[in-house]
Design a protein. Structure first.
Ligand SMILES: Cc1cc2nc3c(=O)[nH]c(=O)nc-3n(C[C@H](O)[C@H](O)[C@H](O)COP(=O)(O)OP(=O)(O)OC[C@H]3O[C@@H](n4cnc5c(N)ncnc54)[C@H](O)[C@@H]3O)c2cc1C
Length: 353
């Protein structure tokens, strides 16, 4: 397994259950890539049927797990905030879509929105509540998923069919090889349709009870699904520690992983527009990381091109914490040659050809 992020860890765990002995080859600390940078929101999203199916199945799998305390699982729900009547009206279709597919959701008018979250700026029109969504602490979740699995600290330089070559020349072989290197996947598989998409986050000191739900503006959907080179959206998460995790930004075409002041300022200003109380809170840390973006916003899961033993699990963009479990289940079904609960073709590596 190349890559020790949450996707590699989840896939290794699933394949060990199928009887494989896995070795995770990670060049850095386990879970130090996008997994450490992410927000840990486990969320059902409806950009496409395939995205809905994968996020929903994955959320069910998270719900079914007995997670240890350090994973900080909290079913806080997602509250999508409608800033005006137009946004509220548009969300009615979303409500019907979720309900028809058996996912609990509610439309809140302005009165109920403020009952749910008193700190929101006055004048919002309402909200769309998905009570079954949750948050986890992704680095600990990845460590927990990968516990007991053999690890090797090394960088893979070449990916072959059933083998890898490490920096220093050592060659490892396996019945199968899985490449789960996130935003760096195209480096080992040239031509793969995965591009890094940078994101910033900031976390406050402890303010217990300041908010109760993961709060997101409905405009986030435009930011997440659009292709603009730079965008920000209001997205704030309550942590079990009482801290508030503030996002989010999206940038294409940036290679430097450092914090950029101009985008951080835009992101924080947006957050304060929705939640004015944030302006008086103390930020204690800011950081940035890279999502692995694909053209259709769906991950790439399946056999690599011209290979019979090397598999790919990458391209999870802003949803890999959520979707790692559904990914691992699908991958294991494919490897074992079983039928799949999800439509494998929707995530197949060859779909862009
Ligand atoms: C700002 C931000 C917010 C996010 N918020 C959320 C959220 O709220 N909910 C959600 O579901 N998702 C979220 N995500 C997305 C989520 O974090 C990712 O989709 C997920 O972590 C991807 O996991 P991964 O294992 O594929 O990649 P990574 O965690 O990046 O792991 C890939 C690993 O591969 C290793 N690697 C790379 N190349 C090599 C090599 N050649 N040899 C050896 N090792 C190598 C890297 O060191 C890295 O550890 C967010 C992401 C960002 C950046």
């Amino acid at each position: 397994m190349v890559g020790g992020g949450i996707v590699g860890a989840a896939c290794a765990r699933q394949l060990e259950r199928e009887g494989f002995h896995c070795v995770i080859v990670e060049r850095d600390v386990m879970g130090s890539g996008a997994t450490a940078a992410g927000m840990g929101h486990v969320v059902v999203m409806d950009d496409s049927e395939a995205q809905f199916a994968l996020t929903r199945r994955s959320r069910d799998l998270w719900d079914a797990m007995e997670l240890p305390d350090e994973v900080e699982f909290e079913r806080c729900g997602t509250l999508w905030v409608a800033a005006d009547e137009e946004e509220l009206e548009a969300v009615r279709g979303k409500l019907a879509y979720y309900r028809e597919r058996g996912v609990e959701a509610e439309l809140l008018d302005a009165r109920r929105l403020y009952e749910a979250e008193r700190g929101l700026r006055a004048g919002m029109a309402g909200g769309f509540l998905v009570p079954g969504d949750s948050v986890i602490y992704a680095p600990c979740a990845a460590a927990w998923l990968g516990r007991g699995i053999e690890r090797k600290k090394a960088e893979v330089l070449t990916l072959g069919d059933g083998w890898v070559e490490l920096r220093g020349g050592e060659r490892l072989e396996g019945d199968i090889v899985l490449c789960a290197t996130g935003a760096w996947a195209a480096k080992l598989t040239p031509g793969l349709e995965v591009k890094p998409r940078k994101g910033h986050l900031a976390i406050t000191d402890r303010y217990p009870g300041a908010i109760r739900h993961q709060l997101i503006e409905l405009g986030y959907l435009k930011s997440a699904h659009g292709d603009s080179t730079e965008s920000v959206a209001f997205n704030v998460q309550p942590r079990r520690t009482g801290q508030l995790l503030i996002g989010s930004s999206r940038q294409y075409g940036v290679e430097d992983g450092g914090v950029e002041r101009h985008i951080l300022e835009r992101m924080l200003r947006r957050a304060v527009e929705y939640l004015p109380g944030l302006a008086a809170m103390q930020l204690i840390r800011v950081w940035a990381g890279f999502r692995a973006a694909t053209p259709d916003k769906l991950p790439i899961i399946g056999l690599a091109r011209n290979c019979s033993r090397t598999w790919l699990a990458t391209g999870h963009e802003g949803l890999g914490i959520t979707t790692c479990l559904g990914t691992a289940e699908l991958l294991a079904d494919l490897v074992m040659g079983r039928g799949t609960a999800l439509r494998a073709a929707d995530y197949a590596p060859g779909r862009f050809a």
